[in-house]
Ligand binder design. Structure first.
Ligand code: HMG
Length: 383
């Protein structure tokens, strides 16, 4: 059987970074609550001329530069911070990247989970015709209201991946465990620029989904817990991954291994929640920060509020270390400009999803920018 999985994986983020110690001090909260209690040091924040399209295209560009476009027949764009009710954000990306017309493009939504749905669909497309590759983009801006408990768990980032036969990074194993339940833990109504959330319920729903997905995985003959070397979890904040792994270890009657999450929290701790991208930013961090993973099995848990969870596994490929993008991701994190709390609050309050015509100020130093709205239609350009 053809092996199918992640051939390349690239991460991009936003122009600004907000320091969570400064945010805590401004809110009159002990900084350790954010640093230790949530496990977050900083959060990326977009400039006015950035959004999910500019971040998604920036993440995908290096993949096309490395592999070309000849085999790509599908672009799947997963997001829960969509910028139009009808047109897929990926169509803008298709133009920015100069992709040929013989490429289908579609957007997928189910909170933070839809990137994983897209990955499973991509694997199906490649299984049908292994000559084809799928470009998958996960891009989100996590926005909660100012002065709410969710505020320190905001963030912004995109992950792009190429799904193909004979992958260079991670071969997907076919067994997956799924858990869907209708829960009002987190959602964003059409007339709101920020998410609604019941924080306590969201933590319980995440953990219930993990146990349900694991039990389904186990019942369907998935790999034993003890054969899984490393785990990567959806990370709304990095402490959540630690809570999740402790709970799963207890559920399967295993001790918590100190190395199980090694490296996987390093980028999310600095980016904040990137919703659909979060799990795959975690995977990139894990691959980037460990040199001894060749041939090892990794378990991944994807959670999207509302809710759908999926547990699946993959085998790290022998030459993965030559195909990862550690320097580029560290450079993207390093390139962010610090935003003070006054500036952050002003930008947060000014954010609008209005379709009124306007030009956006030229701020981002990323490869693409959102230049404004003309005739009520969004406009993008190379920077
Ligand atoms: P909160 O009420 O501000 O925080 O909300 P808390 O009082 O629960 O404290 C948080 C932690 O800090 C606790 O740790 C405290 O003990 C600790 P725990 O006991 O739970 O391990 N703490 C301190 N630690 C050190 N020094 C101190 C200190 N003080 C307290 N001085 C909450 C936290 C996460 C609920 C809030 O930020 C929130 O609502 N966030 C948004 C929702 C969220 O992220 N939910 C996660 C699960 S749902 C999910 O993952 C899906 C999602 O990504 C969206 C999607 O799928 O689309 C969100």
């Amino acid at each position: 059987m053809t092996s199918i999985g992640i051939h390349d994986l690239s991460v991009a983020t936003a122009h600004y970074v907000v320091d969570l110690t400064e945010l805590a001090e401004a809110a009159g909260v002990p900084p350790q609550k954010y640093l230790t209690g949530l496990g977050q040091e900083a959060m990326s924040f977009p400039a006015p001329d950035e959004d999910i399209v500019t971040m998604g295209a920036a993440a995908a560009l290096p993949i096309l530069e490395r592999h070309g476009t000849e085999r790509i027949r599908t672009v799947l764009f997963a997001t829960e911070s969509g910028i139009d009710q009808s047109k897929a954000a990926g169509v803008f990306v298709h133009k920015l990247l100069g992709l040929p017309s013989g490429v289908r493009v579609v957007e997928l939504k189910q909170a933070c989970y839809s990137g994983t749905a897209a990955l499973q669909m991509a694997a199906g497309i490649v299984a049908r015709d292994p000559r084809e590759q799928v470009l998958l983009i996960m891009s989100d801006v996590a926005r909660y209201q100012l002065d709410t408990p969710g505020e320190p768990t905001q963030g912004a980032a995109a992950a792009a991946m190429l799904v193909s036969a004979d992958p260079a990074l991670l071969e997907l194993e076919p067994t997956t465990g799924i858990h869907t339940a209708d829960v009002n833990d987190f959602w964003r109504p059409n007339d709101s620029t920020t998410a609604m959330v019941d924080g306590g319920l969201s933590l319980r729903a995440y953990l219930a989904s993990l146990m349900g997905a694991w039990d389904d995985f186990h019942a369907r003959g998935g790999a034993g817990f003890h054969t899984i070397e490393r785990f990567v979890y959806h990370q709304p904040f990095t402490k959540m991954a630690q809570k999740a792994h402790a709970r799963l270890s207890q559920h399967t009657s295993h001790a918590v291994s100190p190395n199980a999450l090694k490296g996987s929290l390093d980028y999310n701790r600095l980016l904040g929640n990137s919703y659909t991208a979060s799990l795959y930013v975690g995977l990139a961090a894990m691959l980037d920060n460990s040199d001894d993973l060749a041939g090892r099995r990794v378990g991944l848990f994807s959670y999207g509020s509302g809710s759908v969870g999926e547990f699946f596994t993959g085998i790290v490929q022998p030459d993965y270390a030559q195909h990862r993008r550690r320097e580029a991701t560290l450079a993207a994190l390093e390139a962010r400009r610090p935003l003070d709390i006054e500036g952050y609050r002003a930008l947060h309050s000014a954010h609008t999803e209005s379709s009124q015509d306007r030009e956006t100020p030229r701020v981002t130093s990323g490869p693409f920018r959102f230049s404004g709205i003309q005739g009520q239609a969004r406009q993008y350009e190379a920077n």
